[in-house]
Write a protein that binds this ligand. Structure first.
Ligand code: NAD
Length: 487
């Protein structure tokens, strides 16, 4: 199957980038170039922002922004339906583009369709929330609130869940009545460009969603700093998030930031060891650890540490690492050569700082090509080591033991990040106490990583601010207007 050759999607049409540049697409399982994507620059951003601005008010009486939520919901449902019809194609493209096992990629596409459906419901619910009266202490006045779209929004997304992360922004932004410019990651834009094709197929009004693939500084930078973009929603690294926040600050432009993480998983001594080992492996190695919320710091009670790690290592040795298209593949390659080298460097630095590699640590012997890395567990870690402090974004788990609840909480919070945390214990009172003490935006109790589009997602500290998903997700794209009348 070939990668479709696409152009930028601006004002409802395919447009060649003004400078005609393209970016090669490399299959991380084979290291082969399998196609290319267009590389937008500031001039293309200019066209897309103008198209989005026009789309907000294109037709008198039928503006995207002023239309009812129910009107917009019809388009979101049509997109969901078409994505589902094209699911196999989307899943294969994502497996080729970023190395995800094929069945995992298919689940992600189901989630994409589910997210568009969910925000269709939210768009309809918005109609019912309009003009809700506010109780005032004086009878001579009455007040209500209007929830109106923020306007033109710039959406910048990462490569780890290429279409799903983009959808977490596109679906609520369109549901709210915004017109959007999506800039997916240059490392995995193929399915986002196919989403453009779906928008064309369902007749989404021109300019409501524009999709510009391209490099971060050349396309994302001009989008984030554009004076006619009313809000920027960003998911990516903390370093890039900080740059985006600085450029937005010049124009006092609102931003929401979903950034990196170094999330802990705490295993207390009363757990079922096999079940806990399975959650620990899943929490760190699912999608090759390329998950912002990957529970990549394992804290285990010292009384069970030896037995628990023994079972966890056995579990990891049984994970099938293979080409994403092979039956039973659970772990594909990491996304790129750069990422492959970065992850191996983290492992060698940990070794040189005195840590012990319990399993993994290199390329699996049976795979000679592709950016494959074995699931890696590292012990004898101290809190001053790089492997404890920095996000790897790869299949690497570091381990520390603890002897009391207080020590577990202190170690869990010993990080600049604050995205997720997992707490495993049969004692639910202890889980609740620990949950309250964790400095994070998401806590999983007796599990790790489940994610539902109905529940809020986002972090604290340097993992960012603002919440995506759920009813909170649409609020990101709405202005709250107070209306007070003298009667
Ligand atoms: P990245 O910061 O390198 O890139 C993210 C996006 O920003 C890409 O589209 C990129 O092209 C763009 N970009 C890069 N430089 C830019 C600039 N100067 N101006 C504007 N845009 C720019 O991140 P990545 O490597 O694609 O993704 C991995 C990171 O994303 C990890 O840190 C991970 O934790 C984080 N992430 C967070 C969440 C979350 O929900 N919190 C979800 C997924 C990924």
């Amino acid at each position: 199957m070939a990668i479709p050759s696409r152009q930028l999607f601006i004002d409802g049409e395919w447009k060649e980038p003004i400078n005609k540049n393209r970016i090669p697409v490399i299959n991380p399982s084979t290291e082969e170039i399998i196609g290319d994507i267009p590389a937008a620059t500031a001039e293309d951003v200019e066209l897309a922002v103008a198209a989005a601005r026009r789309a907000l008010k294109r037709n008198k009486g039928a503006d995207w922004a002023a239309a009812s939520g129910a009107h917009r919901a019809k388009y979101l449902r049509a997109i969901a339906k078409r994505v589902t019809e094209r699911k196999d194609e989307f899943a294969k493209l994502e497996a080729m583009d970023c190395g995800k096992p094929l069945d995992e990629a298919a689940w992600d596409i189901d989630d994409v369709a589910g997210c568009f459906e969910y925000y269709a419901d939210q768009a309809e619910a918005l109609d019912a929330k309009q003009k809700a009266p506010i109780a005032l202490p004086m009878e001579t006045f009455k007040s209500h609130v209007l929830r109106q779209p923020i306007g033109v929004v710039g959406l910048i997304s990462p490569w780890n869940y290429p279409l799903l992360m983009a959808t977490w922004k596109v679906a609520p932004a369109l549901a709210a009545g915004c017109a959007a410019i999506l800039k997916p990651s240059e490392m995995a834009s193929v399915t986002c460009l196919e989403l453009a094709d779906v928008c064309r197929e369902v007749g989404l009004p021109p300019g409501v969603l524009n999709i510009l693939s391209g490099y971060g500084p050349e396309a994302g930078g001009p989008l984030a700093s554009h004076p006619d973009v009313d809000k920027v929603a960003f998911t990516g690294s903390t370093a890039t998030g900080s740059k985006i926040m600085s450029s937005a600050a010049q124009l006092v432009k609102p931003v929401s930031l979903e950034l990196g993480g170094k999330s802990p998983i705490i295993i207390f001594e009363d757990v079922d060891l096999d079940q806990a080992a399975e959650w620990a492996a899943f929490g760190c190695f699912w999608t090759n650890g390329q998950i912002c919320s990957a529970t990549s710091r394992l804290l285990v009670h010292e009384n069970i540490a030896a037995e628990f790690l023994d079972r966890l290592v056995k579990w990891c040795k049984n994970i099938k690492i293979a080409d994403p298209f092979e039956d039973g593949c659970r772990l594909g390659p990491v996304v790129s050569k750069g990422q492959y080298e970065k992850v191996l460097k983290f492992i060698s630095t940990a070794k040189s700082e005195g840590a012990t590699i319990l399993c993994g640590g290199s390329r699996p012997e049976h795979l000679k090509k592709g950016y494959f890395i074995e699931p890696t567990i590292i012990s004898d870690v101290s809190t001053s080591m790089q492997i404890w402090k920095d996000e790897v974004f790869g299949p690497v788990l570091c381990v520390k033991t603890f002897s009391s609840d207080e020590e577990a909480i202190e170690l869990a919070n010993d990080t600049q990040y604050g995205l997720g945390a997992a707490v495993l214990s049969k004692n639910l009172e202890r889980c609740e106490k620990v949950t309250k003490a964790l400095e994070v935006g998401i806590v999983w109790v007796n599990c790790s990583q489940p994610c539902f589009c109905q529940a809020p997602w986002g972090g604290t500290k340097r993992s960012g601010f603002g919440r995506e998903l759920g009813e909170w997700g649409i609020e990101n794209y709405l202005n709250i207007k107070q209306v007070t009348e003298y009667i």
